[in-house]
Design a protein around this ligand. Structure first.
Ligand SMILES: Nc1ncnc2c1ncn2[C@@H]1O[C@H](COP(=O)(O)OP(=O)(O)O)[C@@H](O)[C@H]1O
Ligand SMILES: O=C(COP(=O)(O)O)[C@H](O)[C@H](O)COP(=O)(O)O
Length: 697
């Protein structure tokens, strides 16, 4: 499998990643943005940012922060040095020739954000091109008005993408570079650290501290060349933009002020900390939500909408129930408001005319009260649209995530069945499905009361509840389900001995496999999904004898004797649990087994019995064109039965999973699907899990 980087053109399966390059909308947008870059530039860009960046190069890299403060332009470039380097070296050095050159880094940032959104959204190119790439507001911000917010947002998305791919240190470097491009990104750091902490099962401090140190170091290295000048500190960290965050106040007693924005931000952080896990979606929703909240309480600068629209579009595409209309209306309200303000540059930004026309000037026919009312109504409409978008994102994004079991707290799967039925094999299939870093396995055999060879095994079988510490399992599973780690001994089938107690970490997915998962009601009620494995008896005997002889140092005769001694307990304590299961897995052979226990592989078929709540019809229709596998689906009295014979490839399984898993895909993002009926079993297990969670069964 090829290793692929973030911006490589194809993914691990060699599938073209940059599908949007084939879309005409991309090239229309690119052409429009390039043309606009030659003909439009707002006051800030023309009279401050460009001269500032050009001075840095023309002066032989003297500090422009010092020079511009000395000439009295104290807010010329309220950005830390990373913004200066990124803009300057990628084209800004020539921007005194044309403002197009300082748009090159903005265009690269724009395309970079598009690529990452496309990766995160699994190639939703057309929607992304329509609602992100061709967003009238984002085009106005970068290519007409000329704000620079695309740059820090690129660093933010690169950092988030690396974080989602477990590249914590690289992610911290890019977040540090982002903060060193625009300090607003400081707001994101607590959410990033929460994400790392919540998704770090072992809660190892190093997994948390190292990213923090790397982030701080990156930020300092970028800033160090300028930090000795107070002009730099004044312009970048003491500018009027930052102070706006303190303007939203509620006067209290005397000089006391209640600061609205810090209060809301702390509430957001507290809400995020309530989640046991923070999914990738949730992190991006929280970030966009936080920036949006800040915008509600501060009269907006045009560029700040670059801090929310990419997140709103991401969210609207992810939550396909969410309409794009609120985002489109919000953009309309944005354009209306910024067309009506006194220093609107909708017309004056055009470089090749002295046109200083503004709608505000036309409004001067009215009295000032009417003009203020019109502007106030425009701002009220804009902020109301923003509020509605924020509400819907909370309702469909954050609140729903709180309700989603599989994303917000550990999901506990039980796998039961007699000895040799295939519990461990099925558990391995789940490990391939969810990834070992997302899944913790707990084995029932650890709670046997005695080790192999103990005299007690002459009086009682392993299948008896009396031979196992079943109530310890209940305590352990409850702790793990509540996100707590436990200490537990293990039973080593290689030696037949118990190990010392070891730490067992809670995780997104917990799998308990053993003889008695569903025997005690207090235990079986803990499971979110109950799977019972019961192959046809001849096949089980073949599997059990072959394995115990090959891997557990038994003789065939001893295994057969053990099976005979266990028959009564198996019926009484093990097979009786099948009725409590949500899914029953039955492998069976198509031909008679020539020599039971001789270790050879046999041709298998698979029968899956599922409770009737799960609608599998759409999935089976999706699989029906695959000729290599024969699938039969029948409804029985209390459940439904799916019989599968033949072969199916892991690619077919992956395509079906992608088609039906939707916004739970982050749990199968690193999935290794296997060929054959075991892959078919993986598909049905993840389908049932997601179906039950989505429909609250
Ligand atoms: N789905 C399967 N496909 C092929 N072989 C299987 C499958 N499940 C079990 N086996 C065979 O049966 C043997 C016992 O399976 P195992 O998973 O160890 O059972 P258990 O954990 O229930 O005791 C395995 O060594 C393997 O050879
Ligand atoms: O019944 C089982 C369960 O294990 P599994 O379900 O994996 O077969 C085993 O026979 C006992 O745990 C004893 O194990 P051993 O015979 O190794 O001492």
């Amino acid at each position: 499998m090829k290793h692929t980087t973030l911006f490589s053109l194809t993914d691990k399966q060699g599938i073209k990643r940059l599908g949007f390059l084939n879309c005409r909308l991309f090239w229309i947008g690119l052409t429009l943005k390039i043309v606009l870059s030659f003909f439009f530039a707002g006051e800030f860009l023309k009279n401050s940012f460009i001269p500032f960046v050009v001075y840095f190069f023309d002066s032989g890299f003297d500090s422009p922060y010092v020079y511009f403060q000395e000439i009295g332009d104290n807010d010329a470039f309220p950005y830390p040095p990373m913004m200066l380097y990124f803009l300057g070296f990628l084209g800004g050095f020539a921007s005194n020739i044309s403002p197009f050159f300082i748009r090159i880094p903005l265009l690269l940032s724009d395309i970079g954000i598009l690529i990452i959104l496309n990766r995160l959204l699994k190639n939703q190119s057309v929607k992304l091109l329509k609602y992100y790439w061709l967003s009238p507001v984002l085009i106005y911000i970068s290519y007409i008005h000329g704000q620079l917010d695309a740059v820090p947002i690129l660093f933010l998305f690169v950092s988030a993408y690396l974080l989602f791919n477990k590249e914590r240190v690289k992610s911290s470097v890019f977040l540090g570079l982002g903060v060193a491009a625009k300090t607003n990104l400081l707001l994101v750091i607590p959410f990033f650290l929460l994400y790392i902490y919540k998704n770090n099962n072992e809660k190892k401090v190093t997994k948390f501290l190292v990213p923090c140190l790397v982030l701080i170091l990156t930020f300092l290295i970028v800033n160090v060349p300028f930090t000795e000048s107070k002009q730099f500190i004044n312009m970048v960290y003491g500018n009027s933009e930052q102070s706006k965050i303190w303007n939203a106040v509620i006067p209290m007693l005397g000089e006391l002020r209640f600061y609205i924005i810090p209060s809301i931000y702390l509430i957001l952080l507290a809400t995020a900390s309530r989640f046991k896990r923070i999914s990738n979606d949730l992190l991006l929703i929280f970030i966009g939500f936080s920036f949006a909240i800040l915008l509600i309480f501060i009269p907006p600068q045009p560029g700040w909408y670059f801090w929310i629209l990419p997140f709103f579009v991401y969210f609207a595409i992810r939550e396909n129930k969410f309409s794009f209309l609120p985002i489109l209306v919000l953009q309309g309200a944005f354009l209306a408001y910024f067309a009506l303000i006194e220093d609107s540059d909708f017309f004056s930004a055009f470089l090749y005319s002295q046109n200083d026309f503004t709608i505000y000037k036309k409004l001067e026919v009215f009295d000032s009260g009417t003009v203020n009312l019109i502007q106030g109504l425009a701002l009220t409409f804009l902020q109301t649209c923003l509020l509605l978008n924020v509400y819907w994102i909370y309702k469909w994004g954050i609140k729903r995530n709180l309700e989603k079991k599989i994303k917000n707290k550990p999901f506990l799967i039980g796998i039961g069945g007699d000895s040799g039925v295939g519990k461990s094999t099925l558990t391995e299939l789940l490990t391939n499905l969810f990834g070992s870093e997302n899944m913790t396995i707990i084995r029932g055999d650890d709670m046997h009361r005695w080790e192999r060879g103990h005299d007690k095994w002459d009086e009682i079988t392993h299948l008896s509840p009396k031979a196992n510490h079943l109530y310890t399992d209940i305590r352990h599973l409850k702790s793990l389900k509540n996100g707590k780690n436990i200490r537990r001994r293990f039973y080593d089938h290689g030696s037949g001995k118990f190990t010392d107690q070891r730490k067992v970490y809670s995780n997104k997915i917990l799998v308990f496999e053993g003889l008695h998962p569903f025997y005690i009601s207090a235990k079986r009620d803990l499971f979110d999904l109950k799977v019972f494995v019961e192959p046809e008896e001849d096949l089980r005997l073949h599997w059990k004898i072959s394995r115990d002889v090959l891997k557990r140092d038994y003789t065939k005769e001893k295994v057969i004797k053990q099976l005979q001694l266990r028959e009564a307990d198996s019926n009484k304590y093990i097979r009786s649990q099948a009725s409590f299961s949500d899914i029953k897995v039955t492998f069976y052979t198509l031909n008679e087994i020539a020599s039971i226990g001789n270790g050879v592989d046999v041709d298998l078929a698979l029968r899956i019995e599922i409770e009737n709540n799960v609608d599998v019809n759409e999935l089976l229709e999706h699989l029906s064109p695959i000729s290599s596998i024969e699938i039969n689906h029948e409804y029985a009295t209390h459940n439904q039965v799916i019989d599968a014979k033949g072969h199916i490839t892991s690619d077919d399984i992956k395509n079906a999973v992608d088609a039906f898993i939707g916004d739970y895909d982050e749990f199968v993002e690193a999935a290794k699907f296997v060929n054959g009926l075991n892959g078919f079993l993986q598909l049905f297990l993840i389908y049932c899990i997601v179906y039950n969670v989505k429909h609250g069964n």
